[in-house]
Structures are given as C-alpha cells and as structure tokens.
Design a protein around this ligand. Structure first.
Ligand code: ADP
Ligand code: MG
Length: 404
C-alpha cells in the first residue's frame, strides 16, 4: 500500500503531528499511520437508509491514527488526543460496548475483526483528528474506517473491499447504537480526490463524478447546534419510512414512484405521505443535480440544493431554525455574491449546512454568511457559527507505511 494524497497540506501537517504525538506518548516511532477523511453529503438527504441515491464528497478534515505492534500480546492500548483519555482492550476476550461512548467506535471495529476470526497482535494506537465531531462531517465513520485501516496495517490482514465499510457500519449499529445507512462508511473509504461519489445504496454501485474544482467550491458552515431530539427523531423517521414501505408492500421506499404514492394517498397518514414524498423526490433531485453538474449548469444544480432543503424542512421535517437561517443568509447573497445553492446536510436538528459557491468568491461567502448569522444569533444566545471552504479529498482506502 502506498499513499497518493501526500500533496495536501492539511494531510501532511496532520500526519506529522500524529507521529510526534505518538512518539511522545509511547516513547517510540509508530509503524503506520492510517488516515480517513470526513464527508458531507451534497444531496440525497435521509435517503440512504431507504436504499436511495446519495452524493457524498470526502472533505479535507481527517482522522489520523498512528500505531504499531507492541511487545505485550493481546493488549490493545488506545489513546485519543481529543478526549485526552486512554483505554485498553483485552484481545483474548470477546469485546463489548461500555459506557464511555467514544471508545465504542473503536471497540466495535475491533470486535468486527475478532468476530471474523482475525487474530490481532498486541498494539498501541493514538487517535488525532481535525474533524469537528457532531457537526455532520461524520467524524464517527471516519474514526471507524481509520481504526479498521490501522488494524489491517498492523495485523497484516487486509479485508475485502466492501467488507471494511460494512464492518464499520456494523460497529456503529451495534456498539454506538446508531442505525446509520452505508453512505458514511462507503464515502469515507472510497472517495476519490476532486470527485463526488454517486452511490446507489440499493446495489451499492458507485460512480465518481468530477466536482468542477476550477470554478466551484463547497463551503461548510457549522451551526455548532445539536438539538437533543436528533437521535430520537432520526429513529422515528426511519420507522416511518419502514412502515410506509410495509403498508405499500414494498421492500424499501426506493421502489416507490410518484404515481404509486399518489394512488396510495388514502392508505397513509399525512406525515407518512410527506416523508415518502420527500424520499421519492429527493432521489430524483440527486440524479438531476448530477446531470446539471455534468452540464456545467451551476444555477440549476444550486436550485436542487435549495429544493432539497425545503423538502427536508417541510416534508421530512428534520431541519431547525438555525439551519434554515444559515440557508437563508446564503440565499440572500445570491449568484451575484457567489452563492449558487445551499442546504442542510447530515441528519438535521443542528450540524452544518453546505453552500455551493463560485470558487473565487467562496472565502467571502463563508465570512459573509457567518458574520450575518452571528450578528443575529448573538442576540438570541445561540452558539456562533463557523465555516470553511472544503476541498474534495481522497478516501481512506490507503494506509501509509512509515519506513522503520
Ligand atoms: P458525527 O459523526 O457527525 O461527527 P457522531 O455523533 O456520529 O457525529 O460521532 C461523534 C462521536 O464520535 C464523538 O462524540 C466521539 O464519541 C466519536 N469520535 C469522533 N472523533 C473522535 C476522536 N478523534 N477521538 C475520540 N472519539 C471520537
Ligand atoms: Mg456520525
């Protein structure tokens, strides 16, 4: 395995930093560094668990894990810089989740290896990260995939291509208790630099579609808000979608068309109907967005983002006043200000919005939206928003070996 992403400054700096932190903590050089990016979903909100079509993009914020074999057999020592905390896993026993939530993402992945009969040697690993967690950039999937990468590297056992994201998804389901779809682990694993990843969650087929980097940029604005209800509401939305499929005798909402839905109006309560409408239309919007991007029709592509946001707000009902506010500030800047479109991303009820912007004006777009929002937000005692221009980066399927 060899790295192909070494020319990105952010990766280089983070890579050097994790090596020196590992050295300081364990008094030795690491053998490997495993790197996994964060991701944002450009469009295709809340359709991944409905076997739908999504368009994530890996962004240049990363989890870095340095690691190496240790002399102590069956002992895995893990340290997270962000949590400023360490824990130890006994590799000779079955692994289970604990009350210390962050450790469960790592434990879940270790469990995935052990339960597949893979023998892991004793090792020390140190986790560092430039991904803000809980902001919709999927720091959890990034942590899982980077963990799987370091376990592969140190043990010398390489999982089959699609098995790694599946193992990581299972870790998130069973150890972190989050019933996520496959999108996050797939995009973090397989993204290509400079590309969006068109993923059909039904058959897991992937198409890499170029993001026109010369003319466009993607801004990510974090509201730093996370409403308490987010997890419960996510589960309710999933259940609602599943129960509509069941009522209509479908395997998933992916098999639903608009005309079928209209004919079934009488069988569904209002909220269920709206949820299903969102899913059907969102799948169409994702495909339209890709077509507009391929045709360089940026304004129409941006319009798909606005429509997606409106549908998530009114039909799927997972937005919140902070995300709506950020999207409105983006819209106010408009094409003259360099904004082509905007929408909330991630599960909703807080987290981030993305803004499709003209490359030349993207930095201004970020500062203007953040400034406008913070001026209003300050009077309402909300957290201050912050943002950055994200670069479409490579996935984590490469683990870099350190000589030595
Ligand atoms: P998101 O995936 O959107 O960032 P989640 O709530 O799904 O938000 O995952 C965030 C959680 O993942 C954190 O609360 C923490 O438990 C874990 N996590 C992510 N990055 C790290 C890290 N560098 N060190 C320790 N735990 C982390
Ligand atoms: Mg997550």
């Amino acid at each position: 395995m060899n790295a192909d992403f070494s020319d990105e400054n952010g990766v280089d700096i983070g890579h050097e930093a994790v090596i020196s932190k590992f050295k300081k903590r364990f008094n030795r050089n690491p053998d490997f560094v495993s790197i996994a990016p964060g991701r944002v979903n450009l469009i295709g909100g809340h359709v991944d668990y409905n076997s739908g079509i999504v368009l994530p993009i890996a962004v240049d914020r990363h989890t870095f894990i340095a690691g190496g074999k240790s002399d102590e057999a069956d002992v895995l020592t893990v340290h997270s810089i962000r949590e400023n905390e360490s824990f130890v896993v006994d590799l000779s026993c079955p692994v289970s989740p604990t009350k210390v939530n962050w450790t469960n993402y790592v434990r879940g992945v270790v469990h995935g290896f052990l339960s597949r009969g893979i023998k892991l040697p004793g090792m020390e690993i140190l986790i560092d990260s430039t991904i803000p967690s809980g902001s919709g950039l999927s720091s959890s999937a990034s942590l899982e995939v980077a963990t799987a990468g370091i376990l592969e590297a140190v043990s010398g056992v390489v999982l089959k291509e699609n098995e790694k994201p599946r193992l990581c998804q299972q870790a998130e389901h069973e150890f972190a208790n989050v019933p996520c779809g496959i999108m996050d682990q797939f995009s973090v694993s397989f993204a290509k630099r400079g590309c969006m990843l068109l993923l059909d969650c039904c058959d897991e087929s992937v198409e890499h579609v170029e993001f026109n980097h010369d003319q466009l940029a993607l801004a990510v604005i974090n509201s730093h808000v996370r409403h308490e209800l987010s997890q419960g509401e996510y589960a309710i939305r999933r259940q609602r979608c599943e129960s509509v499929s069941k009522t209509l005798g479908l395997e998933s909402l992916r098999d639903l068309t608009w005309s079928m839905l209209e004919q079934s109006r009488g069988q569904l309560d209002d909220l269920s109907f709206l949820c299903a409408e969102h899913v059907v239309r969102e799948n169409e919007r994702t495909l339209n967005f890709v077509q507009y991007m391929k045709n360089s029709d940026w304004l129409q592509a941006g319009e798909m983002l606005y429509q997606s946001h409106a549908s998530l707000r009114e039909k799927f009902q997972v937005s919140c006043v902070e995300l709506d506010g950020l999207v409105e500030f983006a819209r106010e800047l408009g094409p003259e200000g360099g904004v082509l479109g905007a929408r909330m991303t991630g599960a909703g009820f807080g987290g981030s919005v993305i803004v499709l912007a003209e490359r030349e004006k993207a930095s201004n777009v970020v500062s203007k939206i953040v400034e406008d929002y913070n001026q209003i937000g300050a009077t309402l005692a909300r957290p201050r928003a912050s943002g950055f221009v994200a670069e479409p980066t490579a996935g984590a399927n490469v683990t870099r070996f350190i000589v030595g």
